[in-house]
Every structure is written in C-alpha cells, then in structure tokens.
Design a protein around this ligand. Structure first.
Ligand SMILES: Cc1cc2nc3c(=O)[nH]c(=O)nc-3n(C[C@H](O)[C@H](O)[C@H](O)COP(=O)(O)O)c2cc1C
Length: 422
C-alpha cells in the first residue's frame, strides 16, 4: 500500500496547468469590453500560458498597457514599426504563438480582417497566423446587425480561418439589449484551451452528478441537504475546459451552467437516478467516466402529501422510505473496467476517514472515492479531500474546488489512458 501526501504548499496549478508552456498572442481592440481581456489574460496566465498582449491604438483609450503588463509580466506590443523590438514583429509573433486570439474584436477590426488588411500590429499578426484565430466580437447590436458587418463575418467564416466565440445577446455598454455583447472571458478561455488540444480529454465523454436532491413532503415543504453543487460544477467546468464532452445532472442549485456543458436538471433522488441511467446508456456504454458528486438524499416520502400539512397540536411523524443507492446500482451494470467510476463520500467525523472511504469503495464497486468532511466542503469555495483508491490514498491540501477537480480529473484520465495509478 502506498501513501502519497501532497505538500501543503502544492497548489492545483502546480499539479495541472492546462496551458503550461503555451504561447498566446492576445490581440485587444478598441471596445469598452477591452477590460475583459485583462480577465482573460489572467485566466491564461494562471493556466500556465505565456501571454503577449497586442493592443490596437484605440484599445489604449480603454485599458492602459500597465494593466496588461502587470498581469502578463510583459509590456503589450502596439506598434507595427517599433524601433525597440525591430524585425518583422507581426511575423515573429504569429509564428511563435500557439494560439492567436482577438478579444474584443471591433466592427472595424472585422472589416479590416475580412479584406485581408494589415495596417496595424493586430491585423498584421492575424494575417500571418497559419492556424485558426479565435475571435470574440464586441459591439453595439446596431453595428453587429449591420449588413456590412454581417458580410464581413460571412466572408471570414467562408475563409475558414476564424473560430468565433460569441457575440451573445444581452446588455451592451450603452445599456441597450441585443446581439453584440462579447462572450465572457471564461468562454473564450475554454475555446483557447480546446484549440490547444492540451490533453487527452479531447472527445472523452464524462457524466457528472452535482448538487443536492430534494424530496417533497407537501407542496410547500421538502427534505434536502446542504450541498450547493459547487464541487460538481467545478468538475464539469474543468473537464469541459480540457476538451471532454460533459453531461452534468444537477439537483436544484442556482449555479450557472459551465460553458460547453450539457446540463440536465433534476429534483428528487429517483429523478437523478433516471437521468443518470439515461445519460449513461445501456450497460453504461454511453460514457467513459462517471463522477457521482451529488449529495443524494438517502430517504424520501413514499408519497408527497398533495395538500399542505396543517398543525394538529400533536407533533408530526413522517415515515421515510430508503432511496436507491444510485452509484452502487450503476456500478453493478458495468461489465469490465469502463467506465471509470468515482464516488464522493462526505463524513462528519475525521477518524478513520480513509478506512471508511475504502469500505465504501468496495461496497459500491467504484474505482475511486473522494472523501471529504462536511465542514470543509458544503457551501465553501475550497475543499480538503482525500482521493482513496483500492491500493492507495492521496491527501490533498486545502485547495479551491476547481483545483480539487483537476486532481480528480488527472486521476480519472490516468485510469482512462491506462497509465499506472494506484
Ligand atoms: C466609447 C467608445 C466605445 C466603443 N466601443 C466599440 C465597440 O464596443 N465595438 C466596436 O466595434 N467599436 C467600438 N468603438 C469604435 C472603435 O473604437 C473604432 O471603430 C476604432 O477605430 C476601432 O479600432 P481598432 O479596431 O483598431 O481598435 C467605440 C468607440 C468609442 C469612442
């Protein structure tokens, strides 16, 4: 038996950096949405990328170079003719970058790109790029819907060198509503990570459950638990960002659907079981891995009361029936070693956490149990988890939930590709 313990100083970023060593040229043009490019730069830097910001002249009216320099550690480039850098900067930039991104892309920038112009460093760099360029337009709906802009978009689409992210419908800077609002930085980030095809999650199907389940007592009351869904949603978001095809079966929660994730909303344990069975397919053939992160209620009423229960002055006794053990039932359908099965175990006592997790692993017939304490997990942005497999366990330090998700996904991926994980 091996016992590995991650150092308390180890962050998930050290463990898994989806853009480690990759170079991204982030071209920023003159829109109010330019400030969001700073957020994208930050996401990319955190993911391990070397980010070189290229600013159009007008973008500097919106965000100063110091902001980008502070985030990326490199001063943004702006001028096509730059005595300091010399050479053909646009050619070098395009050749050295693993991804070229334009965010935000103005109507004017799209017009120049559509006609193949190269009159500033942004357009010249894009024209030199040999791969797909990720473009996130941002403009007032009247500019976006204008026939000239639409013609440019069609032309660029036809040329086949642009991956569009957005725009979306919503409120724009002026307070008006319509299509033209830039996609959020997380969406652009997801497109970049996918384009970089950074790991073997590409094309793998992952089924994740998240959140609480709710059992109705009567039309106004229910039995539930303290799960918020944050851990399961973090798993879904991280897996989708790494290129997996993710289906998320979620109990009631206010959390927004992560980008590029197929979400199925359910309420009760029985609904969750039905949704997972359907998504997993016959003999679980429809998924490569299943991560059961939802806090499924163990009990329900045989039949919810059709009308509100009223006070009787004598207290109330509810007879509860046990819910099915969803992961155990699904695991029993598995023929061989696929899909990889992961269960979460929440405990309130620290003693024998690993031992109890391993018993659960055997009882349920899964490959990994992620054990955590309710006080470290429920409703929190961070978590302290122990990954318990048949042969070993790894105690992670306190980490943000997306970082815990990365560790779990790394373990699952290693199983999927057949490399040795105990
Ligand atoms: C306050 C302000 C906001 C602007 N916002 C946008 C915008 O969101 N989208 C857009 O296409 N143009 C916008 N423009 C117009 C562009 O900045 C202008 O067309 C500029 O020439 C674009 O140059 P660039 O693409 O090289 O950055 C805005 C202009 C101003 C003054």
């Amino acid at each position: 038996m091996s016992h590995e313990s991650a150092s308390p100083r180890q962050s998930a970023a050290e463990k898994y950096l989806p853009a480690r060593g990759k170079r991204v040229a982030l071209c920023v043009t003159g829109s109010v949405a330019a400030y969001k490019a700073a957020l994208l730069a930050r996401l990319l830097v955190r993911a391990g990328a070397e980010v070189q910001v290229v600013q159009s002249r007008s973008s500097r009216e919106f965000v100063g170079p110091a902001t980008f320099a502070g985030i990326t550690g490199r001063p943004p480039l702006c001028e096509l003719f730059d005595a300091d850098t010399g050479g053909e900067l646009h050619v070098e930039l395009a050749a050295e970058s693993d991804a070229v991104v334009v965010m935000p892309a103005t109507a004017d920038c799209l017009a120049r790109l559509a006609t193949g112009r190269a009159d500033d460093l942004v357009t010249a760099t894009v024209l030199c790029a040999t791969g797909q360029v990720i473009v996130a337009p941002a403009m007032h709906p009247s500019m976006w819907s204008h026939p000239a802009t639409q013609r440019n978009v069609r032309q660029l689409t036809e040329d086949g060198r642009v991956t569009w992210v957005g725009p979306v419908s919503g409120e724009v800077a002026s307070g008006d509503f319509g299509e033209g609002r830039m996609a959020e930085p997380e969406a652009v980030y997801g497109a970049i990570i996918r384009q970089l095809s950074l790991d073997a999650w590409q094309g793998r199907r992952l089924l994740i459950s998240a959140g609480p389940t709710v059992e109705d007592v009567d039309p106004v009351r229910f039995i539930s638990n303290r799960s918020t869904g944050k851990m399961g949603f973090a798993l879904a978001e991280r897996a989708a960002a790494r290129g997996a095809e993710v289906t998320l079966v979620a109990g009631p929660t206010e959390l927004p659907t992560p980008f590029d994730v197929t979400r199925v909303d359910v309420r009760s344990a029985l609904e969750m079981q039905a949704a997972l069975s359907e998504a997993a397919g016959p003999a679980l053939s429809g998924t490569d891995a299943l991560i059961m992160c939802a806090a499924v209620g163990d009990y329900r009423l045989e039949q919810a009361h059709a009308t509100k229960l009223t006070r009787g002055g004598e207290g109330l006794t509810l007879e509860l029936k046990e819910n099915p053990d969803i992961i155990r039932a699904l695991a029993s359908e598995r023929g061989g070693k696929r899909p990889v099965l992961v269960a979460f175990a929440v405990e309130t006592e620290e003693t024998e956490l690993v031992l109890r997790a391993r018993r659960k692993l055997e009882r349920k017939g899964v490959d990994l149990v992620v054990a955590n304490l309710a006080r470290d997990s429920f409703g929190r942005e961070h978590n302290v988890a122990v990954l318990v497999s048949e042969a070993s366990h790894t105690a992670l330090p306190e980490l943000p939930k997306p970082a815990v998700a990365d560790h779990v996904l790394d373990w699952v991926l290693a199983r999927l590709v057949g490399s040795a994980v105990a």
